[in-house]
Design a protein. Structure first.
Length: 560
């Protein structure tokens, strides 16, 4: 290289070109000085889409939403110092969700590390607990051979690429130290390429002979959690041929298919006293949202089979007897050849209880006025063209209980199950899909600054805000009684915030409802961004939920 600028330009243009070659199409940039070389390289690339977000914490969750919406790996880029540390919550979420978030952290050159230089901290291995791959790049030196630098970049990206696709998916971290001057030569755009590579493909086949005899037993269940955008057709095909009921989590995307073998009310049934005698269980995908079902899985004597397209299986709530690392479609396609037992009566019992439970739920909702009634009404308003992004805590549990005949796809951050970054993730997904966000007041407060992306980029999002002035889920936990006089301050955590001001700040239309009858007549906006704030009461919510459980317990008079 003739000079530092050319070496720097070659380095960052090659990195960006390789990221594109391995399927990166979007990069979320949080502005800063040290990240200048790579930020300019991203902007100069003719086929990369960049998003600018000044808050690194929200930016990383916004990227998670882009990833979920596009089903492609997404990169995030920040400057040096504490900026990178703000990525940690989203990286932990992507790790636990096995999602390929590409983390690009700019850094001070090696000579400025560990000597008290401003905006310098140890960034190497800083996400070691969460990332699948990490590498600290060398500095671009003017006297380096072009081939040495280029080959280093290509070799490292090739190694990292195995974690962008297939069962090994997860976040990767590339730390990039840059020496001043930081501006690359934008006249060298011919160094940017738009080539694509043959992406790594992983397929592991496993013999099913050891469980073929088990499949001839009568009482079996398929339990399906979050499938991370995997195809589920063979699950339905197997269930249809062999009459096996499917307990389908709302994130499985099976409920919206309205298949007669799909059971949606199992969480409420377990809450209401359902007992089961089962021979085998096939667990597919991520663990369920339903705490009650997971508790039952821990104690049942049924033989459990786990199927995940992931080399590090999620064994919660209990280690299965057998685990298969393969796609659900491949598993059930092979399994269909081994099972010939008659299960029609077993399936019909489940279908009967499901129909009775749905009738009881709908009857209860006719007079209900709590948060569940509003959630059910939101589900009624959604169509097959909609995507519902749901916050953790009570909203996702109400959706789990009440999603019985909605046609929308449902998404959530169920890796770390946190309430941070929910709004930003929903906004990222709204770039690619028509999204409605269902969220509680504390989770909404937690990521209000994430709404800036909607204002700056005209991203349309409907937000249904359930405001019970605090942490509603704690009313259902032992802390409600055990904490006594300390409960409200430590767990209820009322904020008294007026979210109409938030709508004004970020250019959202705003409506407030304190009556379910009024909300029933409200249409979700088809254009622009809108906040629908719903005022509810924590104690009333709990009382009405318990009333529903009691109604369902009255219909459970048989042991399946």
């Amino acid at each position: 290289m003739n000079n530092h600028t050319d070496a720097l330009t070659q380095q960052v243009f090659t990195i960006v070109s390789e990221l594109y070659a391995y399927g990166i199409r979007e990069v979320v940039i949080s502005p800063g000085s040290r990240s200048t070389p790579l930020a300019i390289a991203v902007e100069a690339h003719p086929k990369l889409k960049s998003w600018i977000h000044p808050d690194e914490r929200s930016a990383a969750f916004f990227a998670m939403g882009l990833l979920k919406g596009s089903e492609k790996p997404v990169a995030i880029l920040c400057t040096s110092g504490s900026a990178a540390a703000n990525y940690t919550p989203a990286i932990s979420e992507s790790s636990l969700s096995h999602l390929p978030l590409v983390v690009l952290t700019s850094d001070r050159p090696h000579e400025l590390r560990g000597i008290g230089a401003p905006q310098a901290m140890n960034q190497t291995n800083m996400f070691a607990n969460y990332v699948q791959y990490q590498f600290d790049f060398p500095i671009a030196e003017a006297d380096d051979s072009n081939d040495v630098m280029t080959n280093t970049i290509k070799f490292q990206l090739q190694k990292a690429s195995q974690f962008l696709y297939g069962p090994h998916r997860g976040p990767i971290h590339l730390n990039l130290p840059f020496r001043e001057p930081l501006t690359p030569n934008t006249d060298k755009v011919e160094w940017l390429t738009s080539d694509t590579k043959i992406l790594p493909h992983y397929q592991k086949t496993t013999s099913l002979n050891e469980i073929s005899a088990l499949m001839r037993k009568r009482k079996g269940l398929i339990i399906v959690g979050d499938m991370q955008h995997q195809d589920v057709d063979q699950i339905l095909t197997y269930s249809t041929i062999h009459d096996v009921p499917i307990l389908a989590d709302p994130l499985s995307q099976l409920r919206s298919k309205h298949h007669p073998n799909v059971i949606t009310t199992y969480d409420l049934l377990f809450r209401s006293g359902l007992t089961l005698d089962v021979d085998f269980i096939i667990r597919v995908g991520k663990p369920l949202i339903s705490k009650q079902t997971n508790q039952w899985l821990k104690v049942t004597e049924a033989f459990q089979i786990l199927v995940q397209n992931n080399d590090l299986p999620d064994t919660f709530p209990i280690t299965p007897h057998v685990s298969f690392e393969m796609s659900a479609n491949d598993f059930f396609r092979q399994l269909s050849e081994t099972s010939t037992v008659e299960r029609k009566q077993w399936l019909e019992k489940w279908q009967t209880v499901e129909k009775q439970a749905v009738v009881a739920i709908k009857h209860h909702l006719r007079t209900a006025t709590d948060e569940a009634a509003y959630v059910a009404n939101v589900l009624d308003k959604l169509t097959a063209d909609d995507s519902l992004f749901v916050s953790n805590s009570m909203p996702i549990r109400d959706v789990d209980n009440l999603f019985v005949d909605c046609e929308a796809e449902v998404f959530a951050n169920r890796g770390a199950n946190g309430i941070d970054g929910v709004t930003s993730t929903a906004l990222g997904m709204a770039v690619h899909k028509k999204v409605t966000l269902l969220i509680g007041d504390l989770a909404f407060y937690h990521d209000m600054n994430g709404l800036l992306m909607s204002k700056l980029n005209d991203i349309q999002l409907n937000i249904v805000l359930l405001n019970n002035d605090g942490g509603g889920i704690f009313s259902y936990l032992p802390q409600k009684e055990a904490a006594g006089e300390y409960f409200e301050r430590l767990f209820g955590t009322p904020t008294g915030l007026n979210f109409e001001h938030t709508a004004l700040l970020y250019d959202f239309a705003f409506d407030r409802y304190d009556s379910i009858e009024a909300f029933k007549y409200a249409d979700l906006s088809q254009f622009g961004s809108h906040i629908y704030e719903i005022m509810t009461h924590r104690d009333d919510n709990k009382a009405q939920h318990l009333k529903l459980y009691k109604k369902l317990s009255d219909i459970i008079n048989v042991t399946l």
